[in-house]
Design a protein around this ligand. Structure first.
Ligand SMILES: [Zn+2]
Ligand SMILES: [Zn+2]
Ligand SMILES: [Zn+2]
Length: 158
């Protein structure tokens, strides 16, 4: 799935929600209404969204959750791998492949602002090899690559 290309995002979005529901149940956890709502907002597009914008989105809703509840929900989603934090942008994107455990790698387009997740095992393998050769014990490994996505590059060339 190339994030920046036109595609049926409604199905990405509902699949992300369904996967989160299945995984929380399997892990004996609960995808509460707030957690599901926050995930749904983050999964609305492939463009990262900041915590403040998530709060703003919820602000207009009836029976809205208090900010600490929203932050806790976000923390839960990140911990469970349903949402990834893009450090470079201080923002969040939904994981559209949560049922496969993977090393997170992100291609961040500076033109259209979409983020495409690359879950290529070869990438993680190469990183682990390089890192362990230095005797370093990694806790968290995330690759964030900024640049121009294929769609934007093609548009620029046209
Ligand atoms: Zn999509
Ligand atoms: Zn992911
Ligand atoms: Zn782009």
């Amino acid at each position: 799935m190339t994030a920046s290309h036109v595609h049926d995002h409604a199905s990405c979005r509902s699949e992300a929600l369904d996967a989160a529901r299945r995984l929380t149940e399997r892990r004996g956890l609960r995808l509460t209404e707030t957690r599901a709502r926050v995930l749904d907002i983050v999964a609305e597009s492939h463009t990262p969204i900041g915590a403040y914008d998530i709060l703003q989105r919820l602000a207009g809703e009836r029976g809205r959750a208090a900010p600490p509840t929203v932050y806790r929900a976000l923390g839960f989603l990140v911990e469970q791998g349903f949402v990834h934090r893009i450090d470079t942008l201080n923002a969040f994107v939904a994981c559209f492949d949560a049922e496969r455990s993977h090393d997170a790698g992100f291609l961040i387009c500076e033109t259209c602002k979409t983020v495409e997740e690359i879950a290529d095992p070869a990438l993680g393998e190469a990183m682990r090899k390089t890192v362990s050769a230095r005797g370093f014990k990694p806790r968290r490994t995330v690759v964030e690559i900024s640049g121009t996505c294929a769609a934007c590059a093609a548009k620029a060339a046209a």
